[in-house]
Write a protein that binds this ligand. Structure first.
Ligand SMILES: Cc1cc2nc3c(=O)[nH]c(=O)nc-3n(C[C@H](O)[C@H](O)[C@H](O)COP(=O)(O)O)c2cc1C
Length: 471
């Protein structure tokens, strides 16, 4: 993340010259540049707005190259799992635009005529990508783009009234703004996110939204030298980089819009991530790191929580054993959704897991039961969870009787009321508090794509904690 002062902002003329150099002596073709720009735009959107929280995207494409970038971004967003629609009122039918239209149609991405769009765009879309005008635009927007821009402005007014408003993301220039002077009349679009391409244009200095990204990791050295550009370096293999400060004001009010930088070591699979952290907790000497809080809710959504021991975890889920006549068992039979919570104090780590619970097979419960020591096997026979007991002595007495009954038997039969449950995870949150009191979070959402369960990982740097009590 670079501070705004250290970054170059280019004029309209410089942006035109950079494009001419790229497509002239430097050998790039228009479709290559569009592909790079559109892919980078889609990646930047993915960094900030997860497809599980911001599902429906409308990409509004203008008649020029900015619209082409939007078409490419729409195609990538579709593949990233967003429900993407396009509004492309003034289609350009020459290559590479015609090819992009064909590609999108073959993916059944809908092209919506302007007149089919709802007046309140926020009612149908969580994200609106403004790919209407780029840096070469000047003058006043003509129909139908003028009215589309007005609708984007009305979303800003909705945001001010705290109604649920779509997130507006502008590609390179907020449409309707002057490329160098910004929103001259003060009544234009106020995007939440601006994705500058190649190098930010002068108007980007006036951008006041939460998220400014630079996208397009392909600028050759000769351009950087010729235009004396100071551009931030891109992290890892990312196609985009955040410019300016992370939003630090009450991000919780905007759950879901987050920064991408995080210092956790991130595994792609949340079960791997969990096993890594569990191993770290053991190695750090955390006592009983496999104890967890299990929360269930009954058919009326009344919740209840209790400590439970995690007996196994693998790609199929998290397993524990209990009494099938207990309150938690009754609640699970009424409402199979549950959550698990682990807290490993010395590491300042918390893991939340949510998912769907199923009973494990009898064979699995038998197998587990037979692996237990005898005294532990006797306990569930005695224990009648969630029922009223008539004194501790009664339990001791029963325990003694069972010990005597089974003392010469090699195996104790598993009581039918005792067995395992498995939580199949759909959501994970890994939380780590730092010395600096910055909380780091990592969220994983399960999604089904082409019949396969895939995990979307979302790295978050939420607001700075005001004090430990707010942690
Ligand atoms: C550290 C700890 C671990 C526990 N592990 C289990 C367990 O693995 N299985 C279980 O049924 N109860 C376990 N219990 C007891 C439960 O917390 C709870 O009291 C019992 O299961 C009855 O819960 P219910 O009435 O909500 O069903 C554990 C309690 C503690 C304090």
């Amino acid at each position: 993340m670079e501070s705004t002062e250290e970054i170059s902002y280019v004029s309209q003329q410089e942006a035109i010259e950079i494009d001419q150099m790229l497509m002239g002596p430097l050998g790039f073709s228009l479709d290559q540049l569009m592909e790079l720009a559109g892919f980078s735009v889609a990646s930047a959107i993915g960094e900030v707005c997860s497809s599980s929280e911001y599902t429906r995207v409308l990409v509004i494409c203008g008649p020029g190259n900015n619209g082409g970038d939007g078409l490419v971004a729409a195609r990538h967003l579709h593949h990233f799992g967003y429900k993407t629609s396009i509004c492309y009122p003034k289609r350009t039918t020459k290559p590479p635009f015609a090819g992009l239209i064909t590609q999108l149609q073959s993916l059944s991405v809908p092209f919506l005529p302007v007149e089919y769009l709802p007046m309140q765009l926020s009612s149908n879309f969580e994200i609106i990508v403004d790919a209407i005008f780029g840096f070469s635009f000047h003058g006043n927007p003509r129909p139908p783009f003028d009215s589309l821009i007005r609708r984007l402005v009305s979303i800003r007014n909705q945001q001010h009234t705290h109604e649920k408003a779509a997130v507006i993301i502008s590609v390179d220039i907020p449409s309707g703004w002057h490329v160098e002077e910004g929103d001259v009349c003060g009544e234009g679009i106020e995007p939440d996110m601006l994705i500058s391409l190649t190098a930010p244009k002068l108007c980007a200095k006036m951008f006041r939204g939460q998220h400014h990204f630079l996208a397009g990791r392909f600028v050759p050295r000769s351009i950087i030298d010729k235009f004396k550009l100071k551009l931030p370096s891109y992290p890892g293999t990312s196609m985009c980089v955040r410019i300016g400060n992370l939003p630090q004001t009450n991000l919780s009010a905007q759950e879901g819009i987050f920064a991408a930088s995080v210092y956790l070591e991130v595994e792609e699979d949340p079960i791997d991530q969990f096993q890594k952290w569990l191993g770290d907790a053991l190695a750090a000497g955390v006592k009983e790191p496999h104890y967890m809080v299990l929360s269930t809710a009954d058919k009326d959504a009344k919740p209840s929580s209790r400590m439970i021991s995690l007996e196994g975890v693998n790609q199929d889920g998290f397993v524990w054993h209990t009494n099938y006549g207990s309150r938690k068992a009754r609640e699970i039979s009424e409402n199979p959704h549950a959550s698990l919570l682990f807290y490993w104090g010395p590491l300042k780590c918390q893991v939340r897991v949510e998912g769907f619970v199923e009973q494990v097979s009898d064979e699995e419960s038998e197998q587990y039961f037979s692996s237990l020591p005898r005294d532990i096997q006797i306990r569930p026979i005695v224990s009648k969870q969630s029922t009223v007991i008539h004194g501790r002595e009664v339990l001791h007495q029963q325990y003694k009787e069972l010990e005597e009954k089974y003392h010469d038997r090699t195996s104790i039969p598993r009581p039918k009321h005792w067995g395992g449950y498995r939580l199949i995870p759909e959501f994970f949150e890994f939380w780590q508090g730092e010395e600096s009191q910055v909380q780091l979070k990592l969220r994983y959402y399960a999604e089904e794509i082409d019949g396969r369960k895939v995990w979307r990982v979302h790295k978050l740097v939420p607001r700075l904690a005001e004090s430990t009590s707010s942690l």
